[in-house]
Design a protein around this ligand. Structure first.
Ligand code: GUN
Length: 292
């Protein structure tokens, strides 16, 4: 049976180290990092994420602001809020919760955020910096995946890593991070030919395809490390259930290690967001990022 990778415990420990770093920035530099989150509309999942972000931001000692805007907010009004936050020196991190309503151009919104405050790492400047090996604010879920893989496997050098999914939020940036860790990286997706055959080559599988329980145990190379990014809500036996992109019951019999859903990658995302906010605040003040 695979070893369970406890993302919840790892994220809790990381938040503890972030709280120590925040306290030291306050004491030694009179700097309190601050994160502003903008939510447009009433998407229930987004509301839960935003509330969790605000709670954890305050728990580690940082300033937190929430801007809740109605679903019919115009693009111009949203861009104006982003500009206001860009110009506010007490705000070090800006996050506009995705998805935004369809009448708003999400790329335009993300590229209006000051790259120095782009704690989501979605601005083209940060994406470009990541892919050219320059210091960047990097997307939170991908960073969380790589932290868990390294905590489990140690060095990733030379491993065959297969990323399933090619989104801008997870698939593409996690592939870049794994390349930087000297993995041999394959990006596969729902339209790849012989997906099971490709996944069977992997020492490290990152499943981020958004399809409930798609990856089966007989796709997994014995002993491989499986990081499951999926969060899918399904009905089973008349009950509402959260499942990943991997069929946990069959995969855990073959893998060497695997993240559960929930309690795996999920908790890492907010911890990495707080990490990025401290990094952004220190950079803006021209001081070294504290160890975390
Ligand atoms: N929606 C789902 N995941 C994310 C994320 O990491 N950042 C933002 N801004 N929106 C999201």
């Amino acid at each position: 049976m695979a070893k369970l990778i406890d993302g919840k415990a790892y994220a809790e420990a990381l938040r503890g180290r972030i709280a120590v770093a925040v306290a030291s920035l306050k004491k030694n530099h009179n700097l309190t990092p601050g994160l502003a989150v903008v939510l447009v509309g009433e998407d229930p999942a987004s509301k839960v994420y935003v509330a969790n972000k605000a709670k954890q931001t305050v728990e580690v000692g940082m300033n937190s602001w929430e801007h809740k805007m109605p679903a019919d907010t115009s693009e111009a009004d949203l861009l104006a809020i982003v500009q206001k936050l860009n110009n506010d020196s007490s705000v070090h991190g800006i996050l506009v919760q995705m998805p935004v309503p369809k009448h708003i151009d999400s790329a335009k919104v993300l590229n209006t955020i000051d790259p120095a405050k782009d704690v989501d790492g979605f601005h083209v400047v940060n994406v470009g910096r990541l892919s050219t090996g320059q210091d960047a604010l990097t997307a939170c879920t991908p960073v969380g995946c790589v932290m868990l893989a390294k905590a489990t496997l140690g060095k990733l050098d030379g491993l065959n890593a297969v990323v399933i999914g090619r989104s801008n939020i997870v698939g593409k940036p996690v592939a870049q991070l794994l390349l930087a860790e000297n993995c041999t990286v394959t990006i596969a997706h729902s339209k790849s030919k012989d997906l099971p055959g490709i996944v069977r080559q992997a020492d490290l599988v990152i499943a981020a395809v958004g399809r409930p329980e798609m990856v089966k145990g007989d796709w997994i190379k014995p002993g491989a490390c499986v990081i499951d990014v999926g969060i899918n809500r399904i009905e089973r036996d008349g009950k509402n259930k959260l499942v990943g992109d991997c069929d946990f019951a069959s995969c855990e019999k073959v893998a060497g290690s695997i993240t559960p859903v929930p309690g795996g990658v999920g908790p890492m995302t907010i911890a990495c967001l707080l990490h990025n906010t401290v990094k952004a605040a220190a950079a803006m003040k021209g001081i070294k990022t504290p160890e975390m």
